[in-house]
Design a protein around this ligand. Structure first.
Ligand SMILES: [Zn+2]
Ligand SMILES: [Zn+2]
Length: 135
């Protein structure tokens, strides 16, 4: 995906937070229990970008430290989960479902399928599945 130079806009449910990203590196489904609780969904699709390729252009993200060294950013008004930021990495993850056009970046694999729900088995059929992090 690195040859892709277009800009992808997105935002939260209420519209208070707007962002844009560029140079998507990967898109994937996460089946971990933390993403499940953070989103209220059976699985959460993410797109990975360099930290500098994600920019909030309106509003501010409210931050929650969901694990040591991990911050999740969401809209403080409507609760939409938007950002996953691991301080030790140079990349961040942005929730695909908050993009204006999520189908522009279809997920290519699954992670944390060791904790995937039965009801989520039909998502992204045929894509590589990794029990924990992607290798
Ligand atoms: Zn909002
Ligand atoms: Zn996850």
């Amino acid at each position: 995906m690195s040859e892709n130079s277009r800009t992808y806009p997105g935002g939260c449910l209420c519209g208070a937070v707007r962002y844009r990203l560029r140079h998507p590196r990967a898109a994937y489904w996460c089946h971990c229990t933390l993403c499940r609780r953070a989103s209220g969904s059976a699985a959460l699709p993410w797109v990975t970008v360099e930290r500098g390729d994600f920019e909030v252009v309106q509003g501010v993200l409210k931050l929650y430290a969901s694990s040591p060294g991990v911050v999740r950013g969401f809209c403080g008004a409507c609760g939409s989960p938007i950002l996953f930021d691991m301080a030790r990495e140079d990349a961040v993850d942005v929730s695909l479902g908050t993009l204006d056009d999520p189908d522009a970046l279809p997920p290519t694999h699954h992670i944390w399928t060791s904790t995937a729900l039965e009801m989520a088995q039909g998502l992204g059929p045929g894509l590589p599945r990794h029990g924990a992090e992607a290798p």
